[in-house]
Design a protein around this ligand. Structure first.
Ligand code: CA
Length: 369
């Protein structure tokens, strides 16, 4: 279409549009109905960065809809216990939740793949997989089977590998180690000799102090500092290879999602993407100072040895192959992640790795100011 034809047609359409806009007013009102949803979080308010991602999401939805689409966020246990958030959402007890998919791995290990599995994708890669590698569609194919539509909504980035009362150097050192480590990662650590313990956040410190447990993993410097682990277990190992980039999700009851007007679906989707980015940025801004304070307080930073990492890697790979043999959905999702991971690390070793390594050397030489 040439410019003149376009202008002529636009002019004609313009006259029509003016008349139509008056007639269309009720339809516009209908597309922004007043809705009030409850979002139950799996996290306590004390984990302000993680809990805050749900609040950020809700704030954008509330404000961008002029208050017509209200989402109220409740902390874990206010209306639903933290580990039942997805069940309550699927059942329609609440319209939505903010949770970590891997909490529900006991029902089906496929749930773990939505958050993180040992040696899975890092934060940047899992977002690439979700948004541009078919990940969201695959995860939702699984979540839809239980009546949930899920949107990625937050990431902690690579976590730390936990606090240890004694030094861990070899795989032998892991044998009989009573460690607070949750879920699917605990299953894999168990194969290396660890005795995994499920302990809620508030109970970890006394258990470490009394020696009831030998080690505990939580999140990273910013969250770990608040719980004071460095006072009772000074070895702070890294990286948390079971959580290289754990993703959180906003999970919505499938029927409630389907009922939403398209503009509200778009709004919620965009708000979750914004909160996803914001939570990662918040951790990246807060962790460095927290790490400095922990080290000043006596924490001893210790990288896991290659021996431990390699043994855990091989055990993880064998576990994925084993589960894939009996669980087609797990296999379908894991194969997609593994394929994505292979190419993501091909590219990363050329791009980020080279740049970051050079910059880290400058950091160590004090040249970054
Ligand atoms: Ca963790």
């Amino acid at each position: 279409m040439d410019r003149r034809t376009f202008i002529t047609k636009a002019g004609l359409a313009g006259a029509g549009a003016a008349a139509a806009s008056t007639l269309a007013a009720p339809a516009i009102a209908q597309s922004s109905p007043k809705i009030a949803w409850r979002c139950t979080s799996s996290f306590p308010k004390a984990l302000d960065t993680i809990f805050g991602a749900a609040e950020t999401m809700a704030k954008y939805v509330n404000e961008a809809s002029d208050g017509n689409f209200q989402i109220q966020v409740f902390a874990a246990a206010e209306i639903v216990p933290g580990l039942q958030a997805a069940d309550a959402t699927a059942a329609g007890t609440v319209e939505m939740c903010h949770t970590a998919s891997y909490y529900y791995w006991g029902k089906d290990p496929s749930w773990a793949l939505g958050t993180a599995v040992p040696f899975g994708l890092n934060a940047r890669q899992i977002n690439a997989w979700f948004y541009h590698g078919g990940g969201n569609d695959l995860m939702n194919e699984f979540y839809n089977s239980v009546g949930i539509h899920a949107l990625p909504c937050g990431n902690t980035g690579a976590q730390m590998g936990g606090w240890y009362r004694k030094e861990i150097n070899t795989v032998e050192d892991l044998k009989g180690l009573k460690m607070r480590i949750g879920g699917f990662a605990g299953k894999i650590m168990e194969k290396l000799g660890v005795v995994p313990q499920q302990i809620a956040g508030g109970d970890i410190y006394p258990a470490l102090e009394k020696g009831t447990i030998d080690a505990a993993e939580w999140v990273g410097p910013y969250d770990d500092e608040k719980l004071g682990f460095y006072k009772v277990a000074k070895y702070y190992n890294y990286p948390g290879f079971w959580e290289g980039g754990p993703a959180l999700h906003a999970m919505v009851n499938q029927a409630k999602w389907n009922e939403l007007p398209k503009n509200y679906q778009a709004l919620l989707t965009a708000a979750c993407e914004a909160a996803n980015c914001d939570m990662m940025a918040s951790y990246d801004a807060k962790n460095p100072a927290a790490l400095r304070r922990l080290v000043a307080g006596g924490a001893v930073l210790k990288p896991f040895s290659q021996e431990v990492l390699s043994a855990a890697f091989d055990t993880s790979a064998a576990t994925y192959a084993e589960i894939s043999g009996t669980n087609p959905m797990f296999k379908k999702i894991w194969d997609s992640q593994a394929e994505f991971r292979k190419d993501a690390y091909l590219w990363a070793q050329i791009s980020e790795y080279t740049f970051d390594t050079f910059m880290m050397i400058q950091q160590r030489s004090g040249k970054l100011g």
